[in-house]
Design a protein around this ligand. Structure first.
Ligand code: ATP
Ligand code: MG
Length: 217
């Protein structure tokens, strides 16, 4: 299928995560996939119930969604998606891909992709990619989306051996994880790999045991 006016099909990146909280590593991964494979838009899909992270208490989905909105606010070709939050229940990627592919799922797509179904590109960090086989109905995922693995320079994740047909891009490492950020904020430190609007949200909503007393919060 061809998107009117562009001469080629539209490409939609689907980047899922818990985003508790979102950070600059997430943004860099989405940019790397977008730039390497000509993605027209990347949806940051916020997991409602991250079923693989049971035992670690996630912040409320609405807070994680709002923080992702703040993270991508300056990026015209990226947006936060609440498709899994509105669906509720365990957040299975296969369900989200099926929704985005269906005609009646068009409202979850960016406006320029409502009339013609875009080609889907599932963007995964290499650690997430290594666990893909454990996901719900994982064998069907590659039927619905191209799989893009983003690996980080610098050793912590050596380039994985990828199944045929998977796409791969390297990015300069952004040494941060949401776990690190939660630890830093809980100890009263400021994380420089989280943009200020996200940090302000964290403080205002007293997430991660952060101190709400700040000059503007
Ligand atoms: P946690 O520490 O709780 O696991 P996280 O920082 O890994 O959090 P997730 O929400 O679990 O964040 O990850 C969402 C996606 O972002 C995954 O595909 C993951 O591989 C990728 N990702 C996470 N951190 C980085 C980073 N620093 N650079 C590139 N990709 C990342
Ligand atoms: Mg992770």
């Amino acid at each position: 299928m061809t998107e009117h006016g562009t001469g080629r099909e539209a490409r939609l990146g689907v980047f899922g995560g818990t985003f508790d909280p979102p950070h600059l590593g997430h943004l860099a991964a989405a940019r790397a996939a977008r730039d390497a494979f000509g993605l027209d838009h990347v949806l940051f899909v916020v997991a409602a119930e991250p079923w693989q992270k049971e035992g670690t208490v996630a912040s409320p989905a609405v807070d994680r969604f709002e923080m992702v909105r703040l993270l991508v606010a300056g990026e015209p070709d990226m947006s936060a998606s609440s498709v899994e939050i509105e669906r509720g229940g365990p957040s299975y990627t296969i369900d989200t891909l099926e929704t985005l592919a269906r005609p009646d799922g068009r409202r979850w797509r960016p406006p320029q992709m409502r009339d013609v179904a875009p080609h889907l590109y599932l963007v995964l960090g290499s650690d997430a990619a290594a666990r893909l086989q454990t996901w719900h109905r994982s064998a069907e995922i590659a039927d619905l989306a191209r799989i893009v693995v983003v690996s980080r320079d610098g050793g912590e994740n050596p380039t994985p051996a990828l199944p045929d047909g998977w796409l791969h891009v390297r990015m300069p490492a952004v040494p941060v994880s949401s776990t690190d950020v939660r630890d830093e904020l809980g100890r009263g430190l400021k994380s420089h790999l989280v943009p200020t609007p996200v940090l302000d949200y964290v403080r205002r909503h007293r997430l991660y045991g952060s101190n709400p007393a700040s000059p503007d919060g």
